[in-house]
Design a binder for this molecule. Structure first.
Ligand SMILES: Nc1ncnc2c1ncn2[C@@H]1O[C@H](COP(=O)(O)OP(=O)(O)OP(=O)(O)O)[C@@H](O)[C@H]1O
Length: 381
C-alpha cells in the first residue's frame, strides 16, 4: 500500500510538467486601493521579487506593511496598478479572466481564519474545489483520501469544522489548498490564530510538504519565529516596499534595516538587562590602570558558532573573557547566536583578541560606551 505521502506525491507529480527555476516573479509591482473621496491608498511600491521553485520564501513585516496586499497580488486577487506578475512561467497580468481562472489552479492558498465551510465535513471541505472543477466521485476520493492521510486527518474525515481544533482546521485548509495540485502554496498568516505548539506542528507539516512534494511555499507572517522555523529566504516589508531580502541566516546575522533588527529582537535579544550593565560599570571602575575592559556584542553564524574561537583567544592573548548574556539558536541547520562578553586585559592583548575574533568570521561590535543598552546605532564596528 502506498503511504498517503507517496500517493499525494505521485498525484502532484503527475500534474507537474516542467518546473521553471523561477516559480514567482514580481517586477515593478504597484498597488493602489481606493481611498476616501477620490484619493488612492498606495499599498505596494515597486515590488521586485524572484521566488525560486521549491523554496519556502517568507515575507515579514509589521501590521500595515503590505504583506496581505502582496500575497493577494501573487494570485491577482489584487490586480496591480503597474508591473508584472509571473507564476510558473505564465504572466498572470497578461491573461484574460478565463486564462486567469485556469492559471489560479496552480496556486493554492491557506488563510489565517481557515475559511472552511461549516456545513461540510472535513472530507467535504477538501473535496469542494474538485467538485467545482467537475471531477467524478471516484477521482475525488482518490485525490482527497491521500491528502487527508498526509495532513493526519484520515480518522476525522466525517467531522464538521465545529468539531475539530484550530490546528486541525488549518490541516483541512492545507489539504484543500493541495487538492487542485498547485505548484505554489500561498500562506497568509496561516498560524497567527494558533498557539505556539500548534504553530510549530503546522509549520512542520508545511516544511514536510515543501521538502517531500517540492512545492514552492510563500509564507506571510509578522513573526520572525515562523520565518526562523521554515523559510529559506526572507523579504522584509515596510511601507509597501521590500526593504531587505536574502537567505534567512544572512538576514538574521547581518540585518541592514532598523525594522529588520527590531523583528529579529523577538528571537535574538539585542538589549542587556540593566543589572548586567551595572556589573560592567563597577568592574571597569575596579580595573588596574594597565588594563582595559571592553563590552562586546558578538554575532556568530554558521560554522563559526561551533569552533572554540573564544577559549583559544583567551589562552593565546592572556585576556579574561566573561560571558554576560546571549542566546544561541539553530536556523536552517546552522548555529547562530548573539553573545555579550566583557573582555579585560592589557590594551594590546584585548585589541589582538578582538582582531582574532573578527578574523574567525565573528561580527564584533564594541558597545562599551553605548548608553542604555546594546543599541546598534551606538555600537562601534
Ligand atoms: N481594501 C483596502 N482598501 C483600502 N486600503 C487598504 C485595503 N486593504 C489594505 N489597505 C491598506 O493597505 C496597507 C497595507 O495593508 P495590508 O493588509 O496589505 O498590510 P499587512 O502587512 O498585511 O497588515 P496586517 O499584518 O495587519 O494584515 C495598509 O495601509 C492598509 O490600511
Amino acid at each position: 500500500m502506498p503511504s498517503g505521502l507517496d500517493a499525494a506525491r505521485a498525484s502532484l507529480a503527475s500534474g507537474a510538467g516542467l518546473v521553471p527555476v523561477s516559480a514567482i516573479r514580481l517586477e515593478g509591482v504597484d498597488l493602489y486601493y481606493p481611498g476616501p473621496g477620490k484619493t488612492r491608498v498606495q499599498a505596494l511600491r515597486g515590488i521586485d521579487l524572484d521566488i525560486r521553485a521549491g523554496e519556502v520564501f517568507g515575507i515579514i513585516g509589521r501590521s500595515g506593511a503590505g504583506k496581505s496586499s502582496l500575497v493577494r497580488t501573487i494570485n491577482l486577487l489584487n490586480r496591480p496598478s503597474a508591473g508584472r506578475v509571473t507564476v510558473g512561467g505564465t504572466e498572470l497580468t497578461a491573461l484574460n479572466a478565463l486564462g486567469l481562472r485556469i492559471a489560479r489552479h496552480e496556486i493554492g492558498m491557506v488563510f489565517q481564519h481557515f475559511n472552511l465551510l461549516a456545513s461540510r465535513t472535513v472530507y467535504g471541505n477538501v473535496a469542494l474545489p474538485l467538485e467545482l472543477a467537475g471531477l467524478d466521485k471516484a477521482s475525488i476520493r482518490a485525490r482527497v483520501e491521500p491528502l487527508l492521510d498526509l495532513v493526519g486527518l484520515a480518522a476525522l474525515s466525517g467531522r464538521f469544522p465545529s468539531q475539530i481544533s484550530g490546528g486541525q482546521k488549518q490541516r483541512v485548509g492545507i489539504a484543500r489548498a493541495l487538492a487542485s495540485q498547485p505548484k505554489v502554496l500561498l500562506s497568509d498568516e496561516a498560524t497567527s490564530a494558533l498557539d505556539p505548539e500548534t504553530t510549530r506542528s503546522i509549520l512542520a507539516l508545511l516544511a514536510r510538504i515543501n521538502r517531500e512534494l517540492g512545492l514552492t511555499i510563500v509564507l506571510i507572517t509578522h513573526q520572525m519565529q515562523v520565518i526562523k522555523q521554515i523559510a529559506h529566504r526572507v523579504a522584509v516589508m515596510e511601507g509597501g516596499q521590500v526593504v531587505e531580502q536574502g537567505p534567512v541566516v544572512e538576514v538574521f546575522t547581518h540585518p541592514q534595516q532598523a525594522i529588520t533588527r527590531s523583528l529579529i529582537e523577538e528571537i535574538l535579544p539585542r538589549t542587556l538587562p540593566p543589572s548586567v550593565r551595572e556589573q560592567v560599570a563597577s568592574a571597569r571602575a575596579g580595573l588596574p590602570r594597565t588594563h582595559v575592559g571592553r563590552l562586546l556584542r558578538l554575532t556568530m553564524s554558521g560554522v563559526h558558532a561551533d569552533r572554540p574561537v573564544l577559549s583559544r583567544l583567551v589562552r593565546q592573548y592572556g585576556v579574561d573573557m566573561c560571558l554576560l548574556h546571549g542566546q544561541m539558536d539553530a536556523i536552517q541547520g546552522q548555529t547562530m547566536g548573539v553573545l555579550a562578553v566583557y573582555v579585560t586585559g592589557l590594551a594590546e592583548s584585548v585589541d589582538a583578541a578582538v582582531q582574532g575574533i573578527r578574523d574567525a568570521g565573528v561580527r564584533v561590535q564594541d558597545v562599551t560606551d553605548a548608553t542604555s543598552d546594546l543599541d546598534l546605532t551606538a555600537a562601534q564596528e
